[in-house]
Design a protein around this ligand. Structure first.
Ligand code: NAD
Ligand code: MG
Length: 297
């Protein structure tokens, strides 16, 4: 039998380790241009009905962690609406096909989440096409690197906050009237929100903000029975990296993790499934570190 996510093995050597080949992409990046190809669970994620009948909206669903989460949600029994940028259409269609292969409904929702109206529109289309909404997984994000304060530009910070922070408020506000007790909102922070690198100040501010928004919103929504949690990934082998990080850093990408390798997107998906499912009923306001052994707190 081929290996899957349940095959016991050494996690340190389970996936490719640096050094990696030189590679550079432009944002938003393409999973098929990555060498080696990332694992989003296409053949390795095995579901068991943990989200049977649920209705999920996943942002950043075409690639990386969002793609793995969309595949996992579908294999756990959820219908999935996929949010992504228009230029990522072909990657999103691949994910939609995998969702349908799992016997679930897929909804394709291209659009720029920096525009407030897009956020309201994708929530309404999700509700219309899936017949409701009870899992909101906010995974989309951008990560410009700026190595000197002398190169700081207002537009960069505006872009990071518009793409990484504003949609938390816009999507949640739009979803609010549809979310019932038992619903789950899941955000995506980063190890950078806790232990920032010097050249990621704008991004690190946004990722610390996401973890703190998660704590605040969890308390606000507790009385309505809606849980709000986050995932803080360490280095993960996704197009975000070659799209935003200068070339030479890709070679050693992941070597800073205790495991000495980057995570694969499929290794993030189970945390999103756990936080989406009723299994995590007594957890709200928490951000789970998925970092290959590096502490964040
Ligand atoms: P990714 O590039 O595959 O996914 C990011 C997605 O964000 C894109 O696919 C795109 O669809 C979406 N996006 C970006 N700007 C958007 C906009 N204006 N409107 C709509 N969608 C937009 O990379 P990923 O690594 O899977 O990133 C997913 C999340 O994980 C991000 O929030 C990222 O900050 C976070 N994260 C990644 C890493 C890592 O090492 N890869 C580490 C920590 C946190
Ligand atoms: Mg993408």
């Amino acid at each position: 039998m081929a290996d899957n996510m349940y095959t016991p093995q050494n996690p340190v050597t389970q996936y490719p380790q640096p050094p990696f080949e030189h590679q550079q992409q432009s944002a938003p990046g393409d999973v098929h241009a990555m060498k080696p190809e990332p694992d989003h669970g296409e053949t390795s994620y095995v579901g068991s009905g943990r989200l049977a009948g649920r209705k999920a909206l996943v942002t950043g669903a075409d690639s990386g962690i969002g793609r793995a989460t969309a595949i996992a949600f579908a294999r756990e029994g959820a219908g999935v609406a996929l949010s992504y940028l228009a230029e990522e259409q072909s990657q999103a269609e691949e994910v939609a096909a995998l969702v349908r292969d799992a016997g679930r409904t897929a909804v394709l929702l291209p659009g720029d989440l920096q525009v407030e109206q897009t956020n309201a529109d994708i929530v309404e289309k999700t509700v219309a096409e899936l017949g409701g909404l009870d899992i909101l997984a906010i995974i989309a994000g951008v990560m410009p690197t700026v190595s000197s304060i002398d190169d700081f530009e207002t537009e960069t910070l505006d872009h990071v906050l518009k793409a990484n922070i504003y949609p938390l408020f816009w999507l949640t506000k739009a979803a609010s009237k549809h979310l019932k007790p038992g619903a789950s909102i899941i955000t995506t922070s980063s190890i950078q929100g806790f232990q920032p690198s010097p050249d990621l100040a704008e991004y690190a501010v946004s990722k610390a903000g996401i973890a703190n928004w998660t704590r605040a919103m969890a308390q606000q929504l507790a009385e309505r029975g809606i849980r709000v949690n986050g995932v803080a990934p360490g280095p993960v082998w996704t197009p975000l990296q070659p799209a935003f990080v200068p070339n030479e850093k890709i070679e050693s990408f992941g070597s800073e993790a205790a495991y000495g390798r980057p995570g694969q997107a499929v290794e993030l998906a189970p945390s999103f499934v756990f936080l989406a499912s009723q299994e995590s009923s007594y957890i709200s306001g928490e951000t789970i570190a998925v970092t290959g052994g590096t502490p964040i707190h």
